[in-house]
Design a protein around this ligand. Structure first.
Ligand code: ES4
Ligand code: ZN
Length: 327
């Protein structure tokens, strides 16, 4: 009980949240009505009942359908602001938000509209909630490299409104090396680099994210334990892994929370921390993830809690001066 209270009250950073994955069914229906968008499900309850996933792709199909209600700048602002209010309730003091511009530009929404709404919410989070917040533009890996390059070029007029680029969506069959050139271009522009790897994909995808894309964090990365040599490399370099426990259980990466390999990752000396991924779809926000993880895994105690929270700050892209104020 003391540990649960500590987990809830502690200040923390969130480094792996897809802002489109924070869109709650109630807000999906509200925005659908506001924008005159037709939905495949007749009610909030019917939509929520469809949230039964067997793997990553079965989730992504529903996640992209949910995002179809986002059209105006105010829609992107409202979505992100709702997230920040939930984050504040969990004592999140720093958040780095992934967003998927291609999900919106493919429907005719201007990338400037997407970024303007999200960035305005980030600024209001700092001003009104004291949460430092920044944006990471993710490329959809099921689309081709040319589309990723066009997306980065279209975003460059707003270069000062996002801090980095990432890689998400369907992992299997879409290895990191498919995006070598767009990541090199982003790096040349001074952007920070992350990529989803080793969620459903093999350890080789984690290695090519590091060696070919030159990422500074691995999103998920939990399948690194299939390769002891890779675990050793990740530990030696203190490469951060943004682990998302409820996501991994809901998408059947681990059969139950009691089977999650987070204790093994920490025991191996990896720089892991807990994140919420797509909280509206996977059963909860950051504190819910922390509590579910510690409830199911008695190997995790106060030392592990401290390590996870500490790692969330040191692995962030906040300045060293800002980090010094937290840790
Ligand atoms: C995602 Cl859980 C997950 N994995 C890969 N891509 C994603 N996009 C949104 N959530
Ligand atoms: Zn993710």
């Amino acid at each position: 009980e003391r540990l649960r209270a500590l987990l809830q009250a502690a200040p923390k950073a969130e480094l792996h949240i897809h802002i489109e994955g924070s869109l709650e069914p109630e807000l999906i229906f509200q925005l659908a009505q506001r924008n005159g968008v037709a939905l495949a499900h007749p009610s909030v309850d019917a939509l929520r009942a469809a949230y039964a996933f067997t793997d990553l792709q079965s989730f992504l199909d529903i996640y992209y359908a949910g995002a179809s209600v986002l059209l105006q700048e105010a829609d992107f602002f409202d979505m992100a602001w709702a997230y920040f209010l939930r984050a504040q309730a969990d004592n999140v003091v720093h958040a780095e938000l992934f967003f998927d511009p291609q999900t919106h530009t493919e429907r005719g929404v201007d990338i400037g509209v997407v970024i303007a709404g999200l960035h305005r919410a980030c600024q209001q989070a700092q001003a009104q909630l004291g949460i430092s917040a920044s944006l990471i533009l993710c490329f959809l890996r099921h689309l081709d490299e040319a589309s990723a390059i066009a997306t980065l070029n279209a975003a460059m007029p707003y270069r000062d409104q996002f801090i980095g680029v990432g890689l998400d969506s369907s992992e299997r069959g879409h290895p990191p090396e498919k995006f070598a050139r767009v990541f090199a271009q982003a790096k040349a522009a001074g952007l920070r680099l992350v990529a989803h790897a080793g969620e459903e994909g093999p350890p080789a995808y984690i290695e090519s994210a590091l060696d070919v894309l030159q990422v500074e964090r691995i999103d998920h990365g939990v399948r690194c334990t299939d390769s002891p040599a890779l675990v050793q490399r990740l530990a030696a370099s203190r490469m951060p892994l943004t682990v998302c426990p409820l996501s991994n259980v809901k998408l059947c990466v681990h059969p139950t929370m009691a089977d999650h390999n987070l204790p093994a990752l920490l025991a191996a000396g990896l720089c892991a921390m807990v994140n919420s991924d797509d909280p509206a779809y996977f059963g909860g926000y950051l504190n819910t993830n922390l509590l579910a993880t510690f409830d199911a895994l008695p190997q995790l105690g106060v030392a592990e809690a401290w390590a996870l929270l500490h790692n969330s700050f040191t692995a962030s892209f906040a300045t060293k001066a800002q980090q010094a104020a937290w840790v």
